[in-house]
Ligand binder design. Structure first.
Ligand SMILES: C[S@@+](CC[C@H](N)C(=O)[O-])C[C@H]1O[C@@H](n2cnc3c(N)ncnc32)[C@H](O)[C@@H]1O
Length: 283
């Protein structure tokens, strides 16, 4: 016998009967969670059902207090995505946890992606005792703070342009009691990099789409035998363009390199994916 009033397995199932048959075809299943806030992309066909969808998600996931909808792509130099509360408490500052770290994230004012958590931990596990790390494009500080709490690094320099993200990065370092290990610089990598000639054992560069414009600066700042982690968005498995950009920038800075690894990190869109290059500088 099939039990009546069974708890729905997911949001789409929970929306069955609440939407028309046509609307139901567009019903979303997936969402991102940031502690007690869920962020969901609602297709334009369901524009008028946002509140209903938000309230349904609250009902089936009691751990959420707030549901937000995504209102734009990632735009501008700060790569910020607009969001709007559609159900629950009117709070946009998330408390997010990963790899023994707690981060405050003001959604809609800064870039932050929970989907790169495994990358941050992977790099932290490669960091050796006493190393100095460059965390460029550091946002609210997930890379430097995860590194500080999960490695024996000496120190990190975190550089970020968005003043709001910089302010939260300072707070996040304090929350995680690692502020003495991280120098936070509010500014443009292009303007400050010269201070760090051959200083870093490793540099993390999580700025897809435009990060290639900073490769020369990275080759200027990396120590001999250092490693650069460079992220890009490419058409499926097409590593050629970024690989060419990497080799050209290294040549301009007269550095010999070996690409140790290039691999897919996550799906970005139906045809594109985010990839990472681990670039070893040999001299
Ligand atoms: C894709 S986000 C990554 C943020 C953070 N590392 C994370 O993973 O959550 C890129 C960040 O780089 C910052 N940014 C963009 N151009 C910059 C520049 N020229 N110098 C420093 N930071 C920059 C943006 O404000 C944004 O916070």
């Amino acid at each position: 016998m099939v039990a009546k009033n069974k708890t729905p397995r997911n949001l789409k199932e929970a929306l069955k009967g609440k939407l028309t048959k046509k609307e139901f075809e567009f019903a979303p299943k997936a969402f991102d969670s940031f502690g007690d806030i869920a962020v969901i992309e609602i297709p334009k066909e369901l524009e008028k059902k946002k509140k209903l969808i938000g309230e349904t998600l609250l009902e089936i996931n009691p751990r959420f207090l707030t549901i937000c909808s995504i209102e734009s792509d990632h735009v501008g130099n700060y790569r910020v995505q607009k969001v709007k509360v559609i159900a629950g408490k009117k709070n946009l500052v998330a408390t997010y946890k990963e790899s023994a770290v707690t981060l405050k994230v003001p959604l809609g004012e800064v870039f932050f992606s929970p989907r790169l958590g495994s990358e941050r931990l992977r790099i932290a596990q490669e960091i050796k005792k006493g190393e100095k790390i460059g965390c460029w494009f550091s946002g609210v500080g997930p890379y430097p703070v995860v590194f500080a709490k999960n490695s024996q690094m000496d120190s990190a320099v975190a550089i970020e342009l968005n003043p709001v993200a910089h302010k939260y990065a300072l707070e996040n370092a304090k929350i995680n009691k690692c502020e003495d290990k991280i120098e936070f610089v509010k500014g443009d990598v292009k303007k400050v990099y010269k201070k760090y000639k051959k200083v870093f054992d490793r540099i993390a560069m999580p700025l897809p789409h435009t990060g290639y414009q900073f490769l020369e600066e990275a080759f200027f700042c990396i120590k001999p035998k250092g490693m650069i982690y460079f992220y890009e968005i490419v058409e499926k498995e097409d590593f050629k363009l970024p690989e060419g950009q990497i080799r050209e920038a290294a040549k301009k800075q007269k550095r010999k390199i070996r690409i140790m690894r290039k691999r897919r990190v996550r799906q970005f869109s139906p045809t594109k994916e985010q990839v990472v290059f681990d670039i070893k500088v040999l001299d």
